[in-house]
Structures are given as C-alpha cells and as structure tokens.
Design a binder for this molecule. Sequence first.
Ligand SMILES: [Zn+2]
Length: 563
Amino acid sequence: MNRRDFRRILGLIVVLAVLPVCRTTPEGNMVDLALINTKIWTGDAGRPWAEAVAVRGEKIQAVGTTAEVRRLSGPGTELVDLGGALVLPGFIDSHTHFLTGGFALKSIQLHDAKSREEFVARIAAKARELGPGRWILDGNWDEEQFNPPELPRRDWIDAVTPDNPVCVSRIDLHTVLANTAALTLAGITRHTPAPAGGEIVKDPATGEPTGLLKDTASDLVLAKVPEPTFADKLEAAGASLRHAAEHGVTSVNDMADASSFEVFQELARQGRLTTRVHVYVPVTEVETLARLRMKSPFGGAYLQLAGLKGFVDGSLGSATAYFFEPYADAPDKSGLLHGQMFPEGVMERRILAADRAGLQVAIHAIGDRANSLILDIFEKAAAANGPRDRRWRVEHAQHLRPADIARFGRLGVVASVQPYHLIDDGRWAERKIGPERAKTTYAFESLRRAGAALAFGSDWTVAPLDPVMGIYAAVTRRTLDGKNPGGWVPGEKVSVEEAVRAYTVSGAWTQFAEGAKGTVAPGKLADLVVLDRDIFAVPPETIGETKVLMTVFDGKVIHGKGR
Ligand SMILES: [Zn+2]
C-alpha cells in the first residue's frame, strides 16, 4: 500500500466513522415545527406545564423549555414564537353530527334576519348564488326577531325565487315556510287536507296556503328534496373540517348513519381529513358489525368506527325526555321512550350482543328515568358478560337522580355531556322540571366527584362547535338570558382545568385513544390548539371571548399563525 492509497483508505475510514455521527448532529435531528415562548397545559401528570413543544412528522418529539426546544431547531424548522400564548392539546368534541353540520354551514342563515326586507333579501341572494333549480333549505328563521313580529308568507319570496324551491325552517324546526315552487312540486293546493299531526296554514280570507307548514305537513315538501350527491357531501364535509380547524377541534365523534363513512373515507384517501373522525353508527347495526368481528375502535389514526349509538328517549324541549315524575308544566306527561326501546327488551339484547362482540355503545338518555333505565341495562350486561374494559357512554346524561350519579362512577360509565346545552336550556328548563329536579341537572361536578369520566362535546349542529364556549358554559353556568350571573345550580360548576381535561384527556380516553393523543407529551400525535389568552387566569366570565390563534393537526398548522 503506497502513501496515496493509505490516505484514501484513511479518508474512507474517517467518512465511515463520521457518517453515523452526522445522523445525530443537531441538523439531522431537526424538528419540523417548534412552538416556543408559550404556556402549555399538557394534561400530562408527569409534567403538567411547559414552555415549548417540538414536533417532528405527525408526532410530538419534545416538550420542555424554550431553550431546550430551540436546540432541536435548525434551518428547516418552522419556529413559531407565540409570545406567551396558551397551548392546549387539540380539542376533542365527543358528540357532533359532523357531516350534517357541514350542510347547515353552507345553507342560508336566517336566524338573525331582523326584518321582512332582510329575510327576503337573504333568500333572493341565496337564489342568485345557487342558480335555478336548486333548493333553499334550513335557515332557522325566527319571526320574533322581526319588528313587529310577523309570520312570513310565501308571497314575500315568490317574486325572488321563481325557479328555486324554498323550504326554510323556523328556529324550533317545527314549522317551515315553503314558496309556491315547492308547494307545486309537493302538489299542495287549497284543497289538500292536512296530514295527521300536521297543519297546512291557510289564509282565512282566501283559503289559499300561506306557505307555512307545521310538523308532519312539512314532510310533504321535504319528501321532494333530492338526496344530496356524493360531491355535495364531500363539499359539506370540507366545510365541517374548516369550521373545526377554526375552533381548534382536532378530533370529533360523529353520531351518524353509516353513509358518512363513505365521505370521510374518501377524504382520508385524498389526505384531506384535518380532524380525526370517530363514527358511531346506529345500534340497530349491532348484528352486522358483530358478524364481521369488528371491535371498537376499528380503523386508523384518521378515521375509525368507534361503536354504536342508540336512544332511550327524546328531548326536554319537546317534552319527550323520559322522567319518573310528570313535567311541572304538563302534569299529564312524563316523556316518551324512543322507538329503539321497542319491542320491550330489545335494547338490552342489543347491548349485551354489542358487549360480547367488544363494541362500545353510546346511548342517548336525557330524562332521569331514561338514564336510570340505561344504567340498569349496563349493570345487567356487565354481570352477564363479566369484567371488561368497556368505557360505555351515556350521551347527554342530562337529568339524574342523586343515586344514579353515584352509579355512573361505580359502573365506570362515561358521561358524554354538552355544556352549552345547559346555558341554553337553563333559561327555561326549571319551568319544565321544577326546582327539585333542577338541582341534579347537568350535574357535571357531582358526576366527576362520583368518579365518572366526563367527556365534553357540543352536539353540533344543535349547539355551536366551539369548545371555548363549552368551557365557558361549564365553568360559569351563566345562562344565555343573563339571568344567572352567579351560575345556574352553581354547585355544579367545574374548574377550568377540569373543563379542559373533559375536552382533551378524557375525550381521548373515551375513544380508547389515550395512548395516542389527548395530552402534549413526547410520542403523542401533534394535535394542538393555541389560544389568544390564558383561560386559566382570566376572569371566567370573559373566557367566551377567547380566540383560537392557531390549530396544529397531525404536526401541520391547519389554521392561523404560521400557515
Ligand atoms: Zn346529538
């Protein structure tokens, strides 16, 4: 070996020796995204608070001080100085109607139309936007907003909608206004008799339909609305995803029919899902899923079949929530069981079958008797099938007898509750259930103390998809009418930390996903939300004004700063 060869070999040895070292130099270890100078509530008991977080790929690489995270950054790192803003794990909304919500977002908004002129102008604008032939639906109009209040009529809007059928609903969804084009499609004339349980409102002077249709009469028109196309559904889902990103929501449970899978599956395939979607399908599908040997949760990090959703009763607003005692304002009524409870015993058989198959169930129960009934069924199923990690969920768990609050804890049942409903319904709920039952209504703190897992959600589109408002509602319990500044049933307020936990850590746990998300910790999915103020420190009554500055999903900034 001559000297030149020796040098060449020596050089090669040096290169080989250095190569592995190169991989561990700061440059090789660079993170993709670093959020520094923040205040992070991590939800991680080992390190509850931190100052900076580093993200590599779709996961969190490090959580620590700004100096520590700076050391992991290089020229390729997107370094975001948040100037002290608050960072939380991405919000998990445990109860939405996610695809439906997208349609509502795209529809006409009439709930704040303040006059007949505004009402007509908005419908005219929508008709121009959509073009001839397309239906104008939803709307949520409220004639109490007009000055003076007056019910709308089809002749207000016929001139601006000659080529668009219109069927816009009142805010309570029990009345619609149809235009002449829609009435014609449905074949409704002055001679059409009202169907059972409905009313075709007719002008007392002329006998002609005014366009207002109540309850079952509205179905005559709605039956003519074409099923949305797949492209329409994709567009609606896209609107839902953008809306979720704006509110820092990085995971949702979608209480859906099985058809929403097709839509979210396509978006997942295209890499366009920017929130993790966990779909609950109707409990009536239990045999199909059990036959396929599907277990909860089935799927990947973006889209899962989470389990089965069922109903025990109706709602408080329509006096169909099922109670032990009659309604305070309707002594002859104590609510109704849902059709899924018949024939008797069928819900129990389905839950037993779901449990044997390893499928999680999420059952809607609002009245105290409905909640008691579902807890009875859960108790029997647990006794029959033996111990198992089930994480059964009761959706809403709105009105509870004190003894049943304790059972939530004892049985380890998840209370999947929606704080916004409490500040909304709280305006009138006591009129319906009286003061005694009100004491254990939306009993979040008692449920938590009893050891139940508390998961928060919105029930969007019934309430806004806005966790900040949910936190505000749970922490203050100030009803929307301003009549309870100290909180309605103030003993049931929860702390800001518990409210945030119910939107993050607990939400993940109830999805069997605590190993993957819900906290800001190394190895977890990088789903994060940045808020413009420290909700742990501001006066609670101002929490509702908080803005989402930035949303990170799967390691990428999908909303706000840095995008
Ligand atoms: Zn719902």
